[in-house]
Design a protein around this ligand. Sequence first.
Ligand SMILES: [Fe+2]
Length: 206
Amino acid sequence: MTWHAHAIWQALLGGPGCPLLPSGPTSYLGNLKGKVAAQNALLIPGDERARELHPILGEDAALMEAAAVLHDVGYSPLIASTGFHPLDGARFLRDQEGLDERVVRLVAHHSYALLEAEERGLREEMESEFEVERPALVDALVFCDMTTTPDGGHTTSGERVDEIVGWYGPDTIAGRFIQRAAPEIHGAVQRVQGGLGAVQESAQPM
Ligand SMILES: [Fe+2]
């Protein structure tokens, strides 16, 4: 499944002539800061973070890697329709053969997208089309998304939220959403880090 996810990502966002590459038109992103940030974030999908979660996800680690690679494909102008990337991405992915439906649901609801859907008047549509995945997987994708910097480095969810508010401004749809979602995001990251810590501790020799 992981290679399949990479192939889809490559086709939508990573290939030659991709509109998100620096020379492409990016007016849908609205401003220069958003443009640069999204380009960087999308060029590095963050699957490395997902691989770190193998100790707590076990056989679902590959599923998480696919979700981490694909979570932002809805930014691609090739598939964007509503302009709300979690919904556009999930609608596209549900029609792709061979992709686990849990990946589609994770993409739809990544990083508490339902709260942003509410800001955009799309909450009902989202809820009726895509179920929320089980909490451990939701948390894991929040961790992958919100502890990775736009250039692929590691960060804290606090810094990441501040960065997003800085890009978009506090009183924009994205800015309001991320401030509302922040407590949930931090909680999810803490749960994942706690789980990883517990596994490491139990692996220590007595
Ligand atoms: Fe996203």
